[in-house]
Design a protein. Sequence first.
Length: 293
Amino acid sequence: MRLGVDLGGSKIEIIALGDDGGVLLRERVPTPQGDYMATVMAVAGLVAAAELKLGARGSVGVGIPGAESRTSGLIKNANSTCLIGQPLRRDLQAVLQREVRLANDANCFALSEAADGAAAGMPTVFGVILGTGVGGGIVVDGKLLTGANAIAGEWGHNPMPGEHHKDTCYCGRKGCVELYLSGPGLAADHRRETGRDLPAVEIASHGTAGDPGCEATLQRYEARLARALAQVINILDPDAIVLGGGLSNMERLYENVPRLWGEQVFSDQVSTRLLKHRHGDSSGVRGAAWLWP
Ligand SMILES: [Zn+2]
């Protein structure tokens, strides 16, 4: 049995997958706010309760909003800041009395969609989260690529090509892809261009309904997404790019973006497919379970 845990800023979710990949159990609890040890104990409590209920012991994989430093073993780049600088894997292993695997939540998304999701059976997969932030993960032949710095796929903090970079990202760099392609980034662009303050989800629905200002914002978004993904295609040359996160529900992206990215890709034709996630919100927790083969 594989247990996957998605440790998010507001909730911690667990899933148990049987040998056939079927869901045996799924539970969630609120994340203890700002309390590291309480967070560790909440994860351990979910694992213990699941194993008691199912009468079996499982492997444990945990998806986190950050990365584990390969040199220090401490958590970095986490937006749940109480995790930063903590030896999370060591502490979970001590409480759970077994080896635990940790991965970034965008990596878990990519792994889930490559394992039995939208890109099942495809050799090279780039998974992208377009939500409150922008993250990415790379799976090659069913295996997650972590990288020497544990940042493989962190495309959200590359500079957006073709823009004048004035704004500074929370990460301290200027003009990050995330500043344009996250939900707040889409809303900020609309505000700059039209003076109107609308959340991303309303810009999407008004654009579809024929509002010209919203439509123009969505077209700028698609052009930027195409430019930014073309850079990934030139380096990784993936078979599929799978989109997840709130903005991935804009169906128009799957037609419009591949129409635009050819101009920037160094190839006469582009066979890379742009796909919508299959597992939606469940991808993070499913991918954490898949950290054990
Ligand atoms: Zn950044």
